[in-house]
Design a protein around this ligand. Structure first.
Ligand SMILES: [Zn+2]
Ligand SMILES: [Zn+2]
Length: 249
């Protein structure tokens, strides 16, 4: 399994910290978790095009996590090179309404012509896909939100999207080889519905993950010693993401 952080930042621009996105090569497939602005462009830097991506998993519908859905669907509509294989987009309830509204805003420009588009709204569930499984858990955020855990050959990566500290993310991250948590605010400026470094540490310790990766840093968080706050609870392997940080499991 290969995991690359496509965007380690939030909606607030900062060099090296683009809006949310994670690329995963797993089983026989290439998938993207969240699609903040510029995700499609950054995928190209990995040598991955819109023709290669098999599935998109969206955690929730805040623009810094899903705006590039428009870019994906528009690129896939263009005749040359034509996309042939189907695309499945997953997300919490509201996905179909979102795509309907986007299609109304960009009349005809997002509608597939050469491939099949499936939109799948998920609750808490387990999916068995091409050589891997995907488990979801509902997160606590200011919008309906899911976290995802992808697992193949005994290796697991879990990704929180945006959330308040909750039991669901501990359960989903249990024993994960890679636990990717958002860390968009800092202990000194806690905001409901988002994680702070000390909470990320507490989640990682409770989950017993093998490697904690923090991402989704707003510029203000980067001004603090994030690792020191994580270390109050968690003493395992820790990485602070930047765009294009890559992991092999
Ligand atoms: Zn959000
Ligand atoms: Zn966010």
């Amino acid at each position: 399994m290969k995991v690359v952080i496509l965007g380690a930042g939030t909606a607030i621009p900062a060099p090296g910290y683009s809006p949310a996105g994670v690329y995963v090569r797993i089983g026989r497939e290439q998938v993207v978790l969240d699609a903040g602005a510029g995700s499609l462009q950054r995928l190209a830097r990995l040598g991955v095009t819109f023709l290669d991506v098999d599935r998109l998993f969206l955690t929730h519908f805040h623009p810094d996590h899903c705006l590039d859905l428009v870019s994906f669907l528009f690129a896939m509509r263009l005749p040359e090179p034509a996309r042939r294989k189907p695309l499945t987009v997953y997300g919490p309830p509201g996905l179909r309404a979102l795509v309907r509204r986007l299609s109304a805003a960009f009349p005809t420009w997002l509608e597939p012509r050469t491939y099949r588009l499936r939109l799948v709204e998920l609750g808490q569930t387990t999916l068995r896909l091409g050589g891997y499984t995907v488990r979801t858990a509902r997160m606590q955020h200011s919008a309906p939100a899911l976290a995802y855990r992808l697992e193949a050959h005994g290796r697991a990566v879990a990704y929180s999207g945006d959330t308040e500290i909750c039991e669901g993310i501990v359960r989903l991250g249990r024993g994960a080889d890679l636990l990717i948590l958002e860390c968009s605010v800092t202990d000194e400026r806690k905001v409901a519905g988002h994680l702070i470094p000390s909470e990320c540490g507490a989640i990682a310790r409770a989950a017993g993950c093998r490697h904690l990766v923090l991402t989704h840093f707003s510029p203000v968080v980067l001004g603090y010693d994030i690792a020191r706050r994580v270390r109050r609870a968690y003493h395992g392997r820790l990485s602070l993401a930047r765009d294009f940080k890559a992991f092999r499991l």
